[in-house]
Design a protein around this ligand. Sequence first.
Ligand SMILES: CC(=O)SCCNC(=O)CCNC(=O)[C@H](O)C(C)(C)COP(=O)(O)OP(=O)(O)OC[C@H]1O[C@@H](n2cnc3c(N)ncnc32)[C@H](O)[C@@H]1OP(=O)(O)O
Ligand SMILES: CC(C)C(=O)C(=O)O
Length: 555
Amino acid sequence: MIPNPETKYRPFPPVHFPQRTWPDKKITQAPIWCAVDMRDGNQSLINPMDHDRKIKFFKLLIECGFKEIEVGFPSASETEFNFVRFLIENDMIPDDVTIQVLSAARPDLIERTFEALKGAKNVVFHIYNATAEIFRRIVFNKSEDEIIELATSATQIVKDLCTKYPETKWTFEYSPENFSLTEIDYAIRICEAVTNVWNPSKERPMIINLPSSVEVNTPNVFADQIEYFSTNFAQRDKITLSVHPHNDRGTAVATAELALMAGADRIEGCLFGNGERTGNVDIITLAMNMYTQGINPKLDFHDIKRIVEIVKECNELPVHPRHPYAGELVFTAFSGSHQDAIKKGFQARQNQQHSYWELPYLPIDPADLGCSYEAVIRVNSQSGKSGAAWILQQNHGIELPPHLQREFSSVIQQQTDQTGHELTPAEIWDIFRTQYGLKNQEKLVLQEFNVEQNAPNSTKLKLTLAINGKKVTLEGVGNGVLSAGTAILKAKTQLDFRIVEYNEHTLGKSSDSRSISYIKCSNKNGDSFWGVAIDNDILGSSLKALLNAVSQFID
Ligand SMILES: CC(=O)SCCNC(=O)CCNC(=O)[C@H](O)C(C)(C)COP(=O)(O)OP(=O)(O)OC[C@H]1O[C@@H](n2cnc3c(N)ncnc32)[C@H](O)[C@@H]1OP(=O)(O)O
Ligand SMILES: CC(C)C(=O)C(=O)O
């Protein structure tokens, strides 16, 4: 039996803040981004990154355009320490990139961290201590004032040590860990106390980073916390207000977006939302969400597949196939009605008069992430007539006539129902060719033909066929080539059929493109069959399509 949640869990109290303005705000520009993959992401990995993986990740983050990168927790281990030294000593940090390092608000750890940073050009020195009541009571066993003293004395130590290394441009960052669980007025009090010690200016602001270290409330409540903080913080104009959402409730992206509307300037997060437990906020999703609203995110994810591969290798973790913007299935429709709308969307795009992206079920152009349209439609038993038609169109330039689309869709449906599996484009092509006579049709095979125009509306046709491998030459007359062909075949096979539908088009755009013809024949019993054929000229493809259709009446 599931335990009674009413006696086990308490609801998170809302913030009383009727003056809130964020619900009417819009996100209009990219925030300052800080990638914390190499610290928060790294500390949560089964196997933290070794030196080589860290270098690879660092280079990737630079390529993506990050200007602030938390490169580690140098006092945690030799690997972390040496990695920071390696970056500095090998001049691997571009001048426009600031590295960030984290230390607990503990003197010994702070001192060790400074040792790692000697010679760095631009550094964000980031310290944290937990501030929520449960941490004050259980972890630290300290009063509110004692925790403030812990934070301010650590800030003073950082400040003093910074003056020892004037060659570095220092920015200070303070995080009241578990901010979202902390009483909001106490969070303001401790951050103001720290700010007073650091004494930032408008020109040299410090960063106050408000983490939902564990996500405990709905994004609107977090947004209220941020706006309340931003409105009531005494030296607001001297700080950069940063957020650091985690994803325990699965709403980190919404939390970050609403926090921006509520006044946050900066976001800390990880690629694909790696990080402690359920992860940090996913910066790729956030950035691409902005992009699809017409906002330049100032980050570059144009080759998402490569980014996925590098991150998977470095983190030794998979990226979910449905991960927004990046998963291997996120641009793919299997279901019939979605496929139909997407196919029509691409057709409509050819005549579109404006530049905006407008495509049913595809909120972003896959090409913007370096993906092709190939996987947009895939075919299984949930697919309708447009699915297989799209695959033939994309891969072979085939524009199936509407009735043939329906008929072919039922052929495909039978196959997928039987196997229960997806059909690949190659399998669909094979089924198509087999079904309509393009492959292995040996009952009626055209070898040669000759057309003579006797008089207006009278065409004489001479056909050389292989009928079940036996060569015969036949002649007939009709209004045109197809009616002459029909007459010949009726006489030879004694079948009573007629052509009920005929379509053709060229395959490709050049003048020497091949032709494809589609012919449907019916008999008196109501049986009907499609034949399809491709040939260098339209007469050849028409005659072959006729033979391919008629061959299906023959046992
Ligand atoms: C929310 C976050 O993600 S914060 C970042 C967390 N990241 C990491 O922890 C990864 C790197 N950390 C480490 O490798 C280790 O924690 C080390 C090497 C830095 C330190 O390890 P240890 O010395 O064993 O200390 P540990 O971090 O376990 O903390 C235990 C002690 O520090 C105290 N402490 C914890 N956090 C803080 C803090 N922010 N400021 C001051 N003291 C703290 C605890 O109260 C405890 O003290 P006690 O022993 O007197 O009870
Ligand atoms: C150190 C802080 C910012 C942190 O990682 C967290 O609270 O999740």
